[in-house]
Design a protein around this ligand. Structure first.
Ligand code: SF4
Length: 480
C-alpha cells in the first residue's frame, strides 16, 4: 500500500540523495529542454503567447469566484454533479461516498496531481477499494511504492533496468529491460482493469467556465480509457485550474505541450462536458467534479504568492533548474518538485513546515525565463524567504531567535563602521579558542549550524590590513 504524501523536509532528505538519481534526471530533462527550445523557435509569436497566458491567468485569479460559479452552473445544466471540498479530507470523503453509493470495488485512475496532493490512493486502499494507476510512469511508481519525482514524468528517476526489476518482483514474472516490452506488459494488465473497473478517477489540466468543460491533456490514451470505459467518472481538480473560455484554452494548449515535452500538441486532448447524454453515446453515465480548495483560498489573499496559481504544470522550470537536476524530485519532500514545488509547497503546507524550500534555489532565474505563463519564481522565493525569516500576518518567523539576533547584529555592523571595526578587532581573538590546525571544525551555536557540515576558516582582520597596505593607490580607504 503506498503511503500518503507527507512532507519530509529538504535538509533531511538531502543527506540521503541516491547516487543514481541525478544522472537519470539530467538525461531526461536535457531531452525536454532541447525539445522545448526547438518548438519555441518555430513560433515567432511565442513571447506574445506567454504574455497572453500570464494575463489570462492573472485575470482568472482575480475573478476566480465568478468563473467557478459559472463553471458549476454549466456542469449542472449538462447533467453533471459538482462537489466543493474545503480540505483534502473532505475530498477523500466525497470520493469514498460516491464509490460506496455505486458499490465500487476497483477504480482506474489517470495521472492526477490533485489526487496525489490529497493522498487518495492510500485513503481508498484503507477502505478496501483497489485503485490502479494507469499512466505508465504512475503505474511504475505505484508498483515501486514511491511517489512521483517530476511533474510530468513521475518515474523519470528510474532506469529501464530498475523498472524491469520492479515489474519482475511485483508482478511475479521475468520482465526484460526493454522499454517496448515493459510498456506491452503494462498495457496488457491495464486493459483488463479498464474493462472491469466500476469507477474512473481523473484530474484535469483546465476547467473551462464558459461551457463547464473539463480538459485533459495526455499522451498515452489511458486518460480517455479511465474517463469513458467505467460507468462512473469522478474528477478531482484544484480550483486554480479554472479558465474563462475556449479562446483562453487555445493559448494554454499552445503553451503547455511545447513547454512540457517539446510537442506541438499532446497526443490526446480530451474535452468532457458532463456525462453521456443518450444511450449509445460514448462516456460514463455519471460525472462528478470535486473542486478542491485545500488551502488555495488562503494563498489567494497574498498578492505576491498567489501568482503560483498561474502555473499550468508543464515542468519546464524543473527541467532547467540546476538544483532540481542535481538532487532529483524527492528532495523537495512533497508530491510536487522543482521550482514550482519550492514556491507552492511552503504556501500550501505552511511556511513553518516547508521552511527550507524557498532556500532550495540559487535564484539564477532560469525557471522564470522558461515559464510559459511568466511566473516570477525568484521574486516569490525571495518573498517566501522573507516570510520565513520575519514572519507575516499569518505566521510568526520560523528562524530561531539566536540566528535572527546574529543576523540583526551583522546588519547593524555592516551599516555602522565603528561596530564593524570593533567586531573585526575582537572576533579573531574570540574565535581562536575554537581553532584546530588552522580551521574552526566546531563552533558554538548558531555558527554550529555551519560547522555541522563543513569547517569555518578562522576569522581574521587581514582584509583591512591588506586594503590599507596592498592597495594604497586605489583611492581612499572606504572602510574607514
Ligand atoms: S511554474 Fe511555470 S514552468 Fe514551472 S511548471 Fe508551472 S507553468 Fe511550468
Amino acid at each position: 500500500m503506498s503511503e500518503p504524501p507527507a512532507y519530509i523536509g529538504f535538509e533531511e532528505y538531502s543527506e540521503h540523495i541516491p547516487a543514481s538519481i541525478p544522472a537519470a534526471v539530467q538525461q531526461a530533462t536535457s531531452r525536454f529542454v532541447s525539445g522545448r527550445a526547438a518548438r519555441v523557435a518555430e513560433l515567432p509569436e511565442w513571447e506574445q503567447l506567454r504574455q497572453a497566458g500570464s494575463e489570462i491567468r492573472l485575470h482568472t485569479i482575480e475573478n476566480m469566484d465568478v468563473y467557478l460559479a459559472q463553471l458549476e452552473e454549466k456542469i449542472l445544466s449538462a447533467g453533471g454533479h459538482v462537489h466543493w471540498a474545503q480540505t483534502a479530507e473532505d475530498a477523500n470523503r466525497i470520493v469514498l461516498q460516491i464509490a460506496k453509493e455505486h458499490n465500487v470495488k476497483t477504480a482506474v485512475k489517470s495521472k492526477s496531481m490533485a489526487t496525489e496532493e490529497i493522498g487518495l490512493n492510500h485513503f481508498l486502499e484503507k477502505e478496501n477499494i483497489q485503485i490502479i494507476e494507469t499512466d505508465l510512469g504512475e503505474y511504475i511508481i505505484q508498483l515501486a511504492g514511491t511517489g512521483p519525482s517530476h511533474i510530468i514524468v513521475p518515474a523519470v528517476h528510474l532506469k529501464k533496468e530498475e523498472i524491469a526489476a520492479i515489474f519482475s518482483e511485483k508482478l511475479d514474472m521475468n520482465a526484460p529491460a526493454d522499454p517496448i516490452e515493459l510498456a506491452r506488459i503494462a498495457r496488457e494488465i491495464l486493459r483488463e482493469k479498464f474493462l472491469t473497473a466500476e469507477m474512473g478517477i481523473s484530474g484535469g489540466n483546465f476547467l473551462v467556465a464558459e461551457t463547464g468543460t473539463l480538459v485533459m491533456v495526455t499522451n498515452e490514451g489511458n486518460g480517455r480509457m479511465c474517463t469513458t470505459m467505467p460507468e462512473l467518472h469522478v474528477a478531482v481538480v484544484g480550483i486554480d485550474k479554472i479558465i474563462p473560455d475556449w479562446e483562453s484554452l487555445t493559448v494554454f494548449l499552445k503553451l503547455l505541450a511545447r513547454s512540457a515535452t517539446g510537442q506541438k500538441l499532446s497526443t490526446y486532448t480530451q474535452f468532457i462536458t458532463g456525462p453521456r447524454h443518450e444511450e449509445g453515446e460514448f462516456g460514463p453515465k455519471e460525472f462528478h467534479l470535486i473542486l478542491l480548495d485545500n488551502g488555495r483560498s488562503n494563498i489567494l489573499q497574498d498578492p505576491i504568492g498567489r501568482e503560483v496559481f498561474k502555473c499550468i504544470r508543464c515542468g519546464a522550470c524543473a527541467n532547467v533548474c540546476p538544483v532540481y537536476k542535481n538532487v532529483g524530485g524527492f528532495a523537495y519532500g512533497w508530491f510536487i518538485s522543482g521550482p514550482i514545488g519550492a514556491i507552492l509547497s511552503p504556501q500550501m503546507l505552511g511556511i513553518k513546515t516547508a521552511r527550507e524550500l524557498p532556500y532550495a534555489s540559487t535564484l539564477c532565474g532560469a525557471c522564470a525565463d522558461v515559464c510559459p505563463v511568466k511566473i516570477p519564481i525568484p521574486t516569490i522565493l525571495r518573498h517566501l524567504r522573507r516570510r520565513v525569516a520575519e514572519g507575516d500576518a499569518i505566521s510568526l518567523p520560523t528562524i530561531p531567535v539566536p540566528i535572527r539576533a546574529a543576523a540583526g547584529l551583522s546588519s547593524l555592523a555592516l551599516a555602522h563602521n565603528w561596530i564593524y571595526r570593533f567586531g573585526a578587532l575582537i572576533l579573531p581573538t574570540l574565535m581562536s579558542i575554537f581553532k584546530r590546525n588552522g580551521w574552526i571544525p566546531s563552533a558554538p551555536y548558531p555558527l554550529s549550524r555551519w560547522t555541522k557540515s563543513r569547517p569555518l576558516p578562522p576569522f581574521t582582520s587581514h582584509f583591512r590590513r591588506w586594503w590599507k597596505t596592498a592597495r594604497p593607490t586605489q583611492g581612499k580607504d572606504s572602510t574607514r
